[in-house]
Write a protein that binds this ligand. Structure first.
Ligand SMILES: [Zn+2]
Ligand SMILES: [Zn+2]
Length: 181
């Protein structure tokens, strides 16, 4: 049965009868509440810090999207994207960097910057899900607060400089990674 605001519930840990506001929600439970009160849970977390952190790491490895959405939202100071939306964006772009086409792995913090998944604001400062594209750390770092037009200008500048000064192109990604590491 669904608990209402004024109901009391006995905690499975401390056995105290506490108001339902003292319990976190659990969608799977019959009364939609966890069986331990907030105090008992916070005590457990304090006493088992390492184990809880490990569980979090395992959960994030399985589903990295909610955490990624949270960190993007925190950076923007605005709730503008969900984990599901990020996952959909990633799949929509076939897991490739929008700018350079490198394969991105959301589950692994790769040593290679060109494999690290980030999300870039196509128009800088516009915090909307549809303004995000998956980008590798190399491209995202290079683009920073630039628009695509700004990037194109930058690339033309590089090309002009390379042509005029006869600079050899660095094609090898490993060399690029080495330079940017
Ligand atoms: Zn308790
Ligand atoms: Zn890239």
């Amino acid at each position: 049965m669904l608990a209402t605001k004024d109901d009391l519930k006995v905690c499975s840990g401390c056995k105290e009868n506490k108001p339902v506001s003292e319990y976190y929600k659990n969608r799977c439970a019959v009364d939609k509440l966890v069986s331990y009160c907030k105090t008992c849970i916070s005590n457990y977390v304090k006493a088992n810090r390492k184990k809880v952190n490990k569980m979090g790491r395992i959960r994030r490895r399985k589903n990295p999207w909610p955490q990624r959405a949270r960190s993007l939202c925190n950076k923007a100071g605005l709730k503008f994207v969900t984990g599901e939306e990020l996952k959909a964006l990633y799949e929509q772009h076939n897991g490739l960097c929008y700018y350079c086409g490198h394969t991105l792995n959301p589950h692994k913090h790769s040593k290679k910057l060109a494999e690290r998944l980030q999300f870039d604001h196509v128009i800088p400062g516009l915090h909307e899900a549809r303004n995000l594209v998956p980008s590798c750390q190399v491209c995202n770092g290079r683009k920073r607060d630039n628009t695509i037009e700004g990037m194109e200008r930058f690339i033309r500048q590089i090309e002009r400089h390379q042509k005029v000064n006869n600079v050899k192109q660095l094609e090898d990604q490993e060399v690029m990674d080495g330079l940017l590491a």
